[in-house]
Design a protein around this ligand. Structure first.
Ligand code: DAK
Length: 257
């Protein structure tokens, strides 16, 4: 598939998608979102890919939804445009997605990063939900995911003032996993991706699914879901191999089966 607004590369088991509209700070127009979701789904189907990295490059992650496109939109356009479905499709990607964030990560950009599973920030990254500044509010999960990530009070402050926070502050409140120098951002993301990619993919997939569930269900339902996923792993060859290798004091050889 060919893409106009994103760059796609593959490095071994890592699929990398880079937002590529630098002139408009990677503003997320519909075309970009469609391409991104298609690329994610391609990676999800590709058996040679185990982990996905999403980045915008060193200068900017994304400055939000494309305001040029949104300025004229009516509620009917939003309903008929089915843009929310694209975001739901990202939620259904079964492989882990690591966001490598540098520069502005605002509005829909921050919502996109929060749709990922791990967020690595560069020292220059700034995070914010500035939608109130332009007379709207977060609409792609910001009020829900930010609140789950950092709690009610910090979420209220960020969303109601529209002010951005530094990478340092984002780390302190639990919005990102770690901060690295700009020039090491992709290396660090790839290091974590490679580590995850070396694990049995069915375990990783099941664990991701269970953690995502933890965010949107009750403890009881989540525990039940975890238990069933856990049972399933006892039917995998990798599950048997992993435990056997431990007992035989050798390195496991996982086959993804
Ligand atoms: N949309 C379109 N163009 C943008 C943009 C954006 N969000 N952000 C920046 N640009 C463009 C600028 O217009 C400018 O283009 P030219 O004028 O050169 O043609 C170029 O990028 C460079 O921007 P600046 O000249 O403004 O650069 P500065 O360094 O001075 O300022 C800034 C950087 C990030 C502080 C500033 O650009 C800024 O405030 N940008 C807007 C940030 C913002 O308000 N973002 C939130 C947008 S609302 C939905 C899903 C998601 C959403 C909604 C619905 N559905 C599923 C339906 C999300 C909504 C949002 O994100």
């Amino acid at each position: 598939m060919s893409y106009q607004n994103i760059l796609i590369t593959k490095e071994g088991p890592i699929g990398i998608a880079q937002l590529n509209r630098p002139k408009v700070l990677n503003a997320l127009n519909s075309e970009t979102m469609i391409e991104l979701v298609n690329a994610f789904e391609e990676f999800d189907k590709d058996q040679s890919v185990n982990v996905i990295i999403l980045t915008g490059g060193q200068n900017v992650f994304a400055a939000g939804a494309d305001l040029k496109e949104m300025a004229q939109a009516t509620p009917v356009d939003l309903v008929l445009g089915r843009r929310f479905e694209l975001w739901d499709r990202i939620r259904k990607i079964s492989k882990p997605i690591i966001a490598a964030v540098s520069g502005y990560c605002l509005g829909g950009g921050n919502e996109l990063a929060m749709n990922c599973d791990i967020i690595i920030a560069s020292e220059t990254a700034t995070f914010g939900q500035p939608e109130v500044n332009v007379g709207i509010m977060p609409g792609a999960g910001g009020t829900q995911r930010l609140t789950r990530a950092v709690g009610k009070y910090r979420s209220m402050e960020m969303i109601l003032t529209g002010k951005s926070i530094s990478a340092e502050e984002a780390l302190r409140i639990g919005l990102v996993n770690k901060i690295v120098p700009v020039e090491s951002l992709m290396d660090e993301a790839k290091k974590i991706a490679s580590e995850i990619a070396s694990k049995p993919p069915i375990s990783v997939r099941a664990a991701k699914e269970a953690i995502v569930r933890a965010q949107d269900t009750t403890l009881e339902v989540g525990l039940e879901f975890e238990r069933r996923a856990f049972y399933l792993l006892f039917a995998t060859e990798d599950g048997k191999e992993g435990m056997k290798a431990f007992l035989e004091k050798r390195k496991p050889v996982f086959k993804g089966k």
